[in-house]
Design a protein around this ligand. Structure first.
Ligand code: AMP
Length: 284
C-alpha cells in the first residue's frame, strides 16, 4: 500500500484532488484515529475509486470549557492508519486554513433536531459541526461521505442537511465498532482510567439490556436499560432515551418498529455517548 498524499493547505489539497478520477469518498474525522475510523475508511475503500480522509479538530463545535485543549492529537499514527486502510489523500488543515477570516459569520443551523439530546447538553455544537461538514464537503466535492452510527444524532443531522439543502452527495452510515466487551470505540476513551473504563461499560450493557426487552414494548426497554444504569452510580447519566430515529421524539408505549435507544453519561471527567438501533416488536 502506498502512502497517501498529505495536504495541509487548500492549494496542496486542490492540486492532489484534481488528479483523482472516478468516484470519491470522504471520511471526516477529528484525528486520534481508531478502529472505528478505520472501518469507515475500509467501507469507503470498498465502494469507491478514491478515498479522502480529513483530519480536522474543529474549534467551532467545542464550547468553552469542553475538551478541545486536551483532545488527543496523534497525526503520525493517524497517517499510518490512513496508509494501512488505503486512503489516497489526507487533508489535515489547521484552523486558520479552514477559517481564514476567523469564525464564520454565516453558519448552518441544525434547527429543532439540533436542540435535543446532545444539542441540549452542548448548545451550538451541531451548528458548528454542520458548518464544518458543509465546508469540507464543498472543498472535497465527494460522491459519497461516510459517518458513524456511533454519533447517531450527527449522522441524522448530516443526512437532513444534505436532503434539506439539496447537496449533491450520498451520505452513508456505518454501524458502531465496539471493543470485545461492548465499549464503543471513541477517541475520548483515552481519558478513561482503568476504573473509569469498567464503569463506562454500563452504557453498552444498558443498551444491550434494553435491546433484549425489545419485544415487550418501549416501557420494558427503558426499564431494562435504566436498571443497569442505576447499579452504576459512578456513571452520571445525562439522558437515556428511546426515540423515533427520524424525529428524535420519545416513542409512545403503543409504538412498534424502528427506534433508537441512546444514552449519554459522564464517567470521571469524560462525557460518553452510545446508542443502539432496535426494532420494537411484540403484540400491542
Ligand atoms: P470523530 O473523529 O470522533 O469526529 O469521528 C469521525 C467519524 O468516525 C464520525 O463519523 C464518527 O461517527 C465515526 N466514529 C467514531 N467512533 C466510531 C465507532 N466506534 N464506530 C463507528 N464509527 C465511529
Amino acid at each position: 500500500m502506498s502512502a497517501p498524499v498529505v495536504a495541509h493547505t487548500r492549494a496542496e489539497f486542490a492540486d492532489a484532488r484534481a488528479k483523482l478520477d472516478g468516484s470519491v469518498a470522504v471520511v471526516m474525522t477529528m484525528g486520534a484515529l481508531h478502529e472505528g475510523h478505520a472501518t469507515l475508511i475500509r467501507e469507503a475503500r470498498a465502494a469507491n475509486d478514491n478515498v479522502i480522509v480529513t483530519i480536522f479538530l474543529n474549534p467551532l463545535q467545542f464550547a468553552a470549557g469542553e475538551d478541545l485543549s486536551r483532545y488527543p492529537r496523534t497525526l503520525t499514527s493517524d497517517l499510518e492508519i490512513c496508509e494501512r486502510e488505503g486512503a489516497d489523500l489526507v487533508f489535515a488543515p489547521s484552523p486558520d486554513v479552514v477559517y481564514p477570516d476567523g469564525e464564520p459569520g454565516v453558519r448552518i443551523s441544525a434547527g429543532p433536531l439540533g436542540t435535543v439530546l446532545e444539542g441540549a447538553s452542548r448548545p451550538g455544537h451541531f451548528d458548528g459541526m454542520l458548518t464544518v461538514v458543509n465546508k469540507l464537503l464543498n472543498i472535497v466535492g465527494p460522491t459519497r461521505a461516510y459517518y458513524g452510527q456511533k454519533d447517531a444524532q450527527q449522522l441524522l443531522l448530516i443526512k437532513r442537511m444534505a436532503r434539506d439543502l439539496d447537496m449533491p452527495v450520498e451520505i452513508v452510515g456505518v454501524p458502531t465498532v465496539r471493543e470485545h466487551d461492548g465499549l464503543a470505540l471513541s477517541s475520548r476513551n483515552v481519558y478513561l482510567s482503568e476504573h473509569d473504563r469498567e464503569v463506562a461499560l454500563c452504557l453498552s450493557k444498558a443498551l444491550k439490556a434494553g435491546e433484549a426487552a425489545r419485544n415487550s414494548g418501549p416501557a420494558a426497554v427503558r426499564r431494562a436499560a435504566r436498571e443497569v444504569l442505576v447499579h452504576e452510580p459512578l456513571a452520571l447519566v445525562d439522558y437515556l432515551v428511546l426515540v423515533d430515529p427520524v424525529t428524535l421524539e420519545q416513542v409512545p408505549e403503543y409504538f412498534r418498529g424502528e427506534a433508537l435507544l441512546a444514552v449519554a453519561a459522564k464517567v470521571g471527567t469524560t462525557r460518553l455517548i452510545d446508542n443502539i438501533p432496535l426494532v420494537i416488536g411484540g403484540d400491542r
